[in-house]
Structure formats: structure tokens, C-alpha cells
Design a binder for this molecule. Structure first.
Ligand code: HEM
Length: 407
């Protein structure tokens, strides 16, 4: 259970709490933590890390919309990467402001244009149908490992033009998202988990590792053509590996679990399979894959009446905004017919997710055939119940044992 000491707010100051947002019991109970903060106010001071946390829909949107003063260039994580001794350099798209961001985003947007992504549709759909058919035929399987991971870790590296296996992908994903939080036990454990793969990790973002025909190669060509700043291409490949896999795996896993425990919604999807798109948005509204990332106030500012000094880190919780009762009716209900426009799981403003079309396509390529081939889906009670894997920023299922009856 989430517990905290609360200090009442003075004018211009946020209510304060000593809670550790990255403690195991808090990460295990994300929504109780959000409820606790929400009850205090949309902006709360977290004394342990000297940061403010934002849960209100309007305030999360405001922070993401105003890249000035809420800069990304001081890091999308808890630590300020511009401070002396910072242990990592910033990412070339997600951790830069305009005009650098505008240039990089423009070049990457051309490489990942809607026409390019739409052209992958046939391949994704064929691979999705084939995988789902072979997996559901077994009757019992793990929805995360056998479907979500197996699919995403096949098609995304294929189109990017990289070779990556499951252990490497899981280790790197865990570390990347843990790195958005403090250097706590989760972070340390994921650094240890990644250690055996370091030689591979150092090579994977280099030009020589790109398999011809993938879009990774095009990123290096854009750098050669001056469309990207020198030295940006490798960092962008890393951004793809960071942003492109665990998030989509999380969305597919959460959707399968939500569908298995909401029979009425499952029946609706089966009757109207083109609702898979609505399932995507409603899933990531209700179970946002990235629960925490940061901005930094680059000049003194005021948010919801709270004064934020220069250098203040602001933790943004899209998953809380997506369940804010002042914005969403019956916010904890999974409703695939809901009007989800405005949900913030894909970010908002200039840094909004550039890979969302890819994510949708991947999602629909798995969930679509699943709803077509399966008549009934439930948890496999002979296995341990599913649980979310604790991570400083990512909400993703560790496992999802399912039992299905075929249509
Ligand atoms: C369900 C799946 C996904 C979710 C929930 C998600 C979530 C997000 C969020 C919240 C942001 C904003 C970060 C910020 O403002 O600091 C973002 C940006 C980004 N995403 Fe995604 N993402 C998903 C899929 C993908 C995929 C498939 C790719 C691969 C191309 C990708 C690549 C990126 C990149 C490169 C950015 C940075 C964009 C920028 O800074 O302009 N994402 N994503």
C-alpha cells in the first residue's frame, strides 16, 4: 500500500510528500500513487528528489506543449544531463529543443513518412497472421513472450535493419527505461543485466551493423546528405531501440489482458474487428506504457499556481493524466468505443511520438488476427497470475499466461 507524509501547501508552493515514486511498493501500485498525488493537487512537490510531479490532465498537457520553459534538453529522465559529471549524453531527438529538434524531426519524419510505414503494412499483417495462427493453435501460451515480444522483436528490427535477439532486447529495454529514474536497485540490476551484451550494444548503433534495405541505413544516408547534424545517426538508432520496442510490446500485452477480463469488450471486438484501432488507443490510455518522464524548467515559471524555480525537474505522468476524472468519464473502465482523442500516452506537442503509426500497425497486425481466430480467451489459471514488471518508467507485463478456444 502506498503511504506518505504530507505537508500542506503555502501560497505559490505545492503540497509536499516524502513518498519515493520509484520505491518497489509504489511501482507495484502505480495508480494508488497517482490517486494519492491527485488528491493533493495536480502538481505535488516530491521532497526526496527535489522535483515536482504532475498528474492533472491539463497540467501534463501544458508541460508537454510548452517546450519553453519546459525543456527536454536537460534530459527526459530524473537527472539533469547538462550538469557536470552527467553519466550520459542526451538523445538527438527526444532530448533537444528547437531549432535542433526541428531539423532532426524533419529528417526522421521524411524517412518514416506515412507512405513508407503504410508500405510495411502487408508484411506486418502477413507476419502477424502467421504468428497468431501458430501460437493460438497451442491453446495455452504466454501472451507477452509468445505474441507481443515475438512479433515486435521480429518485425521492428527487420524494418530498421538490425539483428537483435530477445534477451538483448529485454535487457536493453529494461535499462533504458530504468535510466529515466534514480540510480536505485532497479537501475543497478538492469545495468548488470545488460553487461554481457555490452560489446554487441557498442556495435549495434554503428553504420556497419545496418542491414541494407532497412530504415537504419537511410538514417546514416540522411546524415551524409547533411539533413542530420554530424554524429546524429547513431544516437537516432539508439532512440529507435529505446522508443520502438518495449512500448509496443507493453501495449499488445496490456490489450490482451484487458480483453481477457472484459468479456463484453472482447465480444464487441470479435463482432467488429475493425475496432482494433480503438482497442489500441483505449489500452494505452488505461495502461500507458511510459508512466514517467521528465522536463526541466529552464526559467522560473508557474504551473497551476505553483512556482517552479529555474532548474526544477518536473515528472510528467501521462498514465495519471489519462485517468484524470476531470477529463475522462468513468476513467478506470476499459471501453473500446470511448472517444480517446487527446489521450497523452504518445506524448503531446513537438516531441509527440514519431513512431505511433508503426506502433498502431504492429498492434493491429496482432490483435486483429487474434480476435478473428479466437472465440474465447481467459487467464490460464494453472500458471502464476500476470503482473507488471517493476521498472522506473515503463509499465509492461512480465508474463501473461492465456488459455484460448478457437473460433
Ligand atoms: C505504444 C507504443 C508507443 C508509445 C506508448 C510511445 C510513447 C512515446 C512518448 C510518450 C513520447 C514522447 C516523449 C517525450 O515527450 O519526451 C514518444 C516519443 C518518441 N517515440 Fe514513441 N511510443 C511508442 C512507439 C514508438 C515506436 C514504434 C517508435 C519507433 C519509431 C517510437 C519512437 C519515438 C521517438 C523517436 C520519439 C521522440 C520524438 C521526438 O522527440 O520528437 N515510439 N513516444
Amino acid at each position: 500500500m502506498v503511504q506518505a507524509v504530507i505537508t500542506e501547501n503555502a501560497p505559490g508552493k505545492a503540497p509536499a510528500t516524502d513518498i519515493d515514486p520509484f520505491a518497489p511498493e509504489v511501482l507495484r501500485d502505480t495508480y494508488a500513487y497517482h490517486d494519492l498525488l491527485r488528491a493533493l493537487g495536480p502538481v505535488v512537490y516530491i521532497s526526496r528528489y527535489n522535483i515536482h510531479a504532475v498528474t492533472g490532465y491539463a497540467q501534463v498537457r501544458e508541460v508537454l506543449e510548452k517546450w519553453d520553459p519546459y525543456t527536454s534538453a536537460r534530459g527526459a529522465g530524473l537527472s539533469d544531463i547538462t550538469q557536470p559529471g552527467a553519466w550520459r549524453a542526451g538523445g538527438p531527438i527526444v532530448e533537444v529543443d528547437p531549432p535542433r529538434h526541428t531539423k532532426t524531426r524533419g529528417a526522421l519524419g521524411k524517412i518514416l513518412s506515412p507512405i513508407v510505414v503504410r508500405n510495411w503494412g502487408e508484411k506486418f499483417k502477413a507476419e502477424g497472421a502467421e504468428l497468431v495462427e501458430s501460437v493460438v493453435a497451442r491453446g495455452r501460451f504466454d501472451g507477452v513472450r509468445d505474441l507481443a515480444e515475438a512479433f515486435v522483436l521480429k518485425v521492428f528490427p527487420d524494418v530498421l535493419g538490425l539483428e537483435i535477439n530477445r534477451d538483448q532486447a529485454v535487457a536493453v529495454g529494461n535499462m533504458n527505461f530504468n535510466a529515466l529514474g534514480p540510480m536505485n536497485a532497479y537501475f543497478e540490476a538492469s545495468v548488470a543485466e545488460v553487461a554481457p551484451f555490452l560489446p554487441w550494444w557498442q556495435k549495434i548503433t554503428q553504420r556497419e551493423s545496418m542491414i541494407p534495405g532497412g530504415f537504419g541505413e537511410l538514417i546514416f544516408q540522411a546524415e551524409d546528405a547533411g539533413e542530420l547534424d554530424p554524429g546524429t545517426a547513431s544516437g537516432l538508432i539508439m532512440s529507435m531501440l529505446r522508443g520502438g520496442m518495449d512500448t509496443t510490446i507493453s501495449a499488445i500485452g496490456s490489450a490482451l489482458w484487458l480483453l481477457s477480463r472484459n468479456q463484453e469488450q472482447w465480444e464487441l471486438l470479435r463482432r467488429e474487428p475493425n475496432r482494433a484501432r480503438g482497442v489500441f488507443d483505449e489500452t494505452i490510455r488505461l495502461e500507458s506504457p511510459i508512466q514517467t518522464f521528465f522536463r526541466t524548467a529552464k526559467s522560473p515559471t508557474v504551473l497551476a499556481g505553483v512556482e517552479l524555480p529555474e532548474g526544477m525537474k518536473v515528472a510528467v505522468h501521462p498514465g495519471a493524466a489519462n485517468r484524470d476524472p476531470s477529463r475522462w468519464e468513468n476513467p478506470t473502465k476499459f471501453d473500446i468505443t470511448r472517444q480517446t482523442t487527446g489521450q497523452l500516452a504518445l506524448g503531446y506537442g513537438i516531441h509527440n511520438c514519431i513512431g505511433q503509426m508503426i506502433a498502431r500497425l504492429e498492434f493491429e497486425s496482432v490483435v486483429g488476427p487474434f480476435a478473428k481466430l479466437v472465440k474465447a480467451v481467459e487467464l490460464d489459471a494453472s500458471e502464476a497470475p500476470p503482473s507488471y514488471r517493476p521498472n522506473n518508467a515503463l509499465r509492461t507485463l512480465a508474463a501473461l499466461p492465456l488459455k484460448v478456444t478457437l473460433a
